[in-house]
Design a binder for this molecule. Structure first.
Ligand SMILES: [Mg+2]
Length: 138
């Protein structure tokens, strides 16, 4: 049994967070499904790929619903088992976020936890590193 259990969860938005659409500033509702041009936010994805190795729980969610979140997740992460869950991001799921959790989104949400912008990967690295230190080396 570990002395410390890190159950911090990371909630990650899809549109304009994991996927950066070319049409900046415009709403891209279902942009991935519609075929709107985008780039994958590789810097963020790389940090998150490292993260899954330290037992963080990664949750992808989207205002476009669970299936949209899963589709974006498969595109970005492939099917490598890094992601733990997919949710619709709305008033029915905001209560899932706890004060020790991390939320990455291009928009401010009314949820507890630390909220980070999609390009704030430096701070994300720091936060995850701090939490990872709670784990005994296996
Ligand atoms: Mg978004």
């Amino acid at each position: 049994m570990a002395d410390h259990v890190n159950n911090t969860r990371v909630f990650i938005d899809c549109d304009d967070t994991l996927l950066l659409f070319d049409s900046e500033g415009e709403a891209n509702l279902y942009g991935f499904w519609k075929g709107d041009p985008y780039k994958v936010n590789e810097e963020l994805v790389n940090v998150l790929r490292q993260t899954c190795k330290t037992c963080f729980t990664l949750i992808i969610w989207s205002g476009g619903g669970k299936k949209y979140a899963k589709a974006v997740s498969d595109e970005v992460f492939g099917d490598l088992g890094e992601i733990d869950a997919w949710f619709c991001k709305d008033f029915t799921t905001f209560d899932l976020v706890r004060s020790e959790d991390i939320v990455i989104d291009d928009q401010a949400l009314t949820v507890p936890g630390v909220q980070l912008r999609p390009d704030d990967t430096e701070r994300l690295r720091e936060l995850l590193h701090d939490h990872a230190g709670m784990f005994p080396i296996a």
